[in-house]
Design a protein around this ligand. Sequence first.
Ligand code: URA
Length: 280
Amino acid sequence: MRWSERQLAMLREMGIRVWPVGQESVVQAQLVPADAPAMASASVRATPVNTDELRKAATAALGAAQAPGRAAPASVTETGQRQAGVAAMGWEALRDAVAACTACKLCEMRKQTVFGTGSTEAQWLIVGEAPGEQEDLAGEPFVGKSGQLLDSMLRAIGLTRGDAAPQRQVYIANTVKCRPPGNRNPAPDELAQCEPFLIRQLALLKPRIIVAMGRFAVQSLLRSDEPVGRLRGRVHRYQGVPLIVTYHPAYLLRNPEDKARAWDDLCLAVETAKLAAQAA
Ligand code: URA
């Protein structure tokens, strides 16, 4: 595969270096995390990015449009007034409800809630895990180190959380809106209490594509305990919306050898979004 100068620059942004092998500009990647020079020696032979295959996978999944999407989680519609109330809210009421939420003990330690960021017209929804220290201070998701990597990854495929046309814009939300102390994993009851908020964000946004980053986003949206490594590389669906699973940026910072796989996932997401746009 031949890469344009622009694509190569984008890959560099993600910390992936690509170089030609023989006549063919086959993709091999050496990981060169721009932000972690000490890791520059870690290298990996990346899965070659075969866009034809990615396109086929995306087409196959979108062709199965009649396949049943996951039913609305019981918690939204069947478990009490709180969930039903959330399910009826508009953006403003939802933001207020999150800010005032005391449904689990995370509210006791938070500086502020972290609702989500990006345009409500965005066609891409990125779902992460939970705010960290920086996000708790800023009130915005992904502003720390993993946020910088996420922004680079998004830039690499022409997306932004800032101003742009809706097809280039992302909305970013977490499964949990308050910081778990010490950046521990969110507990099952915390995930359960927060889930109606994410589900309502999704329903209001009506994204064309969802990217679920990491274990907790996957558990929440796909109801799956399978590892990310087993779920990535294909198109899932959340209530009819194509969903791509990929590694969480914090995981990629710790495991830079998987950045090339994350790049494959982003390429699959781009192809899938294009096909979804054509079908719309
Ligand atoms: N990790 C996440 O999953 N979300 C954030 O907002 C920050 C780090």
